[in-house]
Design a protein. Sequence first.
Length: 301
Amino acid sequence: MDRIGVVGAGTMGRGVAQLFAEHGHEVVLVDTAEQALASARDGIATNVRLAPLLRPGTRPGSPEEVTGRIRFTTDLRSLRTADYVFEMVTEDWAVKRPLYGELDALCRPGVPFGVNTSAIPITRVAAATSRPEHVIGTHFMNPAPLKPTVEVIRGHHTSDDTVARTRALLEGVGRRQIVVADSPGFVTNRVAMLTVNEAMFLVHEQVAGADEVDRLFRECLGHAMGPLETADLIGLDTVLLSLQVLHEEFNDPKFRPCPLLRRLVEAGLLGRKTGRGFHSYASASATPSRSASASGGAHHG
Ligand code: NAD
């Protein structure tokens, strides 16, 4: 069974590490922040414990078994023996680019790099390595252990072999794949980020509060979550960074980030991960309270 490397133990990295460990893979989870690793270990153990409630019918094993398959470390060199590496660090090219240089030097030739970005083109990432044919977009959805399908992005140089290998690996952990060509934001986030941003403008302009916006999407349009709830789930910092990438890549003002989003990020109100964003949350996994924390309301998915 492939030994999996995951770089970044934030919202996405911990979910993907959990997913592979639950399916019996040995996983190395690397982060520069000890605190992120400690919180990832606790979060994974809690999620596995709650699995019978959240995912009836699944048997992921005990929290100890699952976390026991994950090595939590700040040492990037632990990835030397990995067979497949997923990169899940902050959505900032200044952070991702030097990391790819290091990964390229450390990992064995031919080891694929699965890129988990919200908007950065996969071809740009591949150009930061000497193995562009082995670089592929693996856009997991949040929360990764619960979402059945992964958006797979073929970069300009991605080989058929890398696509096939990635599909087989995802199949092995019960994930369907939808393969698309490379473009900033791919399919999902090119549409989703625009929707989220527009919902924020509605709150900013006081057309409706966050609660009202989200209820309209849930109750009138039948969406599982409203756009501001989704933004809170993603993390408002990640939404802002993603919109900035889209704005720069397309040079189109339709992607300009809403000023209210900037204000909440500057205020440290990042959504679920900090307990407050457009909505307030009693805990990281709680459903939103009905009192919105941003003037008017807020969220999306
Ligand atoms: P996050 O901010 O929650 O976590 C990022 C983690 O990366 C942090 O723990 C940070 O300490 C770590 N990190 C930063 N630089 C590092 C380095 N050089 N080496 C190791 N670790 C490093 O971010 P996230 O929400 O988990 O997003 C990760 C990536 O996935 C981003 O590119 C994001 O756009 C994308 N993504 C996010 C979502 C979502 O819903 N949050 C969904 C799909 C894709």
